[in-house]
Design a protein around this ligand. Structure first.
Ligand SMILES: CC(C)(COP(=O)(O)OP(=O)(O)OC[C@H]1O[C@@H](n2cnc3c(N)ncnc32)[C@H](O)[C@@H]1OP(=O)(O)O)[C@@H](O)C(=O)NCCC(=O)NCCS
Length: 187
């Protein structure tokens, strides 16, 4: 039933707002929904990421994002997915992207969604992870998503601490040693 997930127009506009933040290192960033034109800067700066942050985000090593992944990331279906970035305060296409948070509803259950988050080491430790996760949680609350979940390596202390402070609980995943599934119940 689509009506269950209908959101008021004003609420929707608010979810897709652009905020400008000043970081502790003096940089200014915009928190905004991803745009199709972000694909080129994201693809061309992927090699600047270190192996550890890529492994923690994707749970295995990868050298580049596939065309398909990049397309889906930068063209989220508004009924199913939401992607928010921390970017330089420049137009999409010109701006470097410092952090990306994505969620997508489960295929078999629209009231659950999986998230992925990467705050690059250039801007980590300055609160962006928390800000981006809060934007995902806000989207969930207004779109009928009752559980936000993700799989996190058990040595990923920053993510586990951030998640715990946001109210996620964690559990071991049967058959996947070294991973925790973290889940947030959303009112
Ligand atoms: C995990 C990650 C998202 C944290 O993002 P961040 O922007 O650095 O986090 P924040 O600055 O918002 O910190 C929020 C909380 O995280 C924890 N945290 C952040 N960096 C930490 C560190 N180096 N060590 C321990 N805890 C840390 C703290 O609890 C912090 O709490 P505080 O707000 O009271 O200080 C980021 O390090 C990252 O993208 N890592 C690689 C990819 C990844 O692990 N993704 C998660 C799985 S999808």
């Amino acid at each position: 039933m689509t009506a269950v997930f209908r959101t008021r127009r004003s609420d929707l506009a608010d979810l897709y707002r652009i905020e400008t933040l000043g970081l502790a290192n003096g940089r200014r960033v915009q928190i905004r929904p991803i745009a199709p034109l972000d694909a080129v800067p994201i693809a061309s700066s992927f090699h600047l990421l270190n192996e550890d942050e890529v492994r923690k985000r994707f749970l295995h090593p990868i050298k580049a994002l596939s065309e398909e992944h990049l397309y889906q990331l930068t063209h989220p279906d508004p009924d199913r997915a939401f992607v928010v970035v921390a970017s330089e305060p420049l137009p999409p296409g010109d701006a470097m992207i410092g952090a990306v948070a994505r969620l997508a509803r489960d295929d078999d259950n629209r009231s659950r969604a999986e998230f992925g988050l990467l705050v690059t080491h250039f801007v980590a430790g300055m609160g962006l992870g928390r800000v981006l996760m809060q934007r995902l949680i806000e989207w969930c609350a207004r779109h009928g998503v009752r559980e936000l979940w993700g799989d996190v390596m058990d040595d990923n202390e920053p993510m586990l601490r951030l998640a715990a402070s946001l109210g996620f609980h964690r559990e071991a995943i049967l058959g996947s040693p070294g991973l925790f599934r973290i889940t947030l119940a959303i009112a």
